[in-house]
Write a protein that binds this ligand. Structure first.
Ligand code: 6GU
Length: 226
């Protein structure tokens, strides 16, 4: 998979890709991530990428021209499955969306800033609008990092134990069951007996029950989708 991220703040975005799972997935060649500084696509003085909004009102708006230039150049080099705009008024990211995007070959992610982008960008260049939740961030960069993390960990070969992504919380609309490690007894706090006796069908059944119980208790809304 190839991900092209268009941003005015590449330095804000780079560090999540330089550690742990994301770093390893890039080193293994399972994903390529390219950053494009929008200021490299403007002819205006001071590398201007935003301007006042027509009709008046507080806040600057990102101009269409540099965004169009950048996206048009990328599209001339390869086909893209999705051109995503990160914005608080987009569709809220969930596991289903991450699963589906993890199958893409090439995607572009445009990070919004200020009051957002000129509406004509959204109308003509963008194929999908994504938010990471009902709160406002200073820009789309952190949202893009979250989106990339959710997608990249699902690419086959990224996680060491491939089945582990399948048993993640949300993968089957259930929260994950509780997990324990040594010691089996810590100051009288005991690990459930069933996990210690090696009866794997019984352990599996216990985990399913716990997942259901936890979901019912903490996120009953997830069970209503059935
Ligand atoms: Cl993707 N961008 C911004 N600026 N705010 C957000 C968001 C994105 N998702 C939730 N809030």
């Amino acid at each position: 998979m190839r991900i092209d991220i268009i941003t005015v703040l590449p330095e804000l975005l780079k560090s999540p890709f330089e550690a742990s799972i994301l770093k390893r997935s890039i080193e293994k060649g399972l994903v390529e991530v390219h950053f494009h500084n929008l200021r490299d696509y403007t002819d205006k003085s001071y590398n201007q990428i935003d301007d006042y909004q027509f009709g008046g009102g507080a806040g600057m708006v990102m101009m269409i021209e540099p965004i169009d230039k950048c996206i048009t150049k990328l599209k001339s080099q390869r086909d893209y499955n999705e051109i995503i705009y990160m914005t608080p008024d987009g569709n809220t990211l969930n596991q289903k969306m991450a699963n589906s995007l993890s199958l893409a070959e090439n995607i572009i992610i445009l990070c919004g800033h200020y009051k957002g982008v000129d509406q004509r960008v959204r109308d003509t260049l963008i194929t999908k609008e994504v938010s990471i939740g009902d709160y406002v961030l200073s820009g789309g960069e952190l949202g893009a990092a979250v989106l990339c993390d959710t997608i990249i960990r699902l690419i086959p070969g990224v996680l060491n134990n491939e089945t582990s992504a399948l048993t993640d919380t949300f993968q089957d609309d259930l929260l994950a069951p509780p997990v324990y490690t040594r010691p089996a007894d810590y100051k009288g706090l005991k690990v459930p007996e069933v996990l210690l006796n090696g009866n794997f069908p019984k352990i599996e059944k216990w985990r399913e029950e716990q997942a259901y119980k936890r979901t019912k208790q903490l996120r009953p809304d997830l069970l209503e989708n059935d």
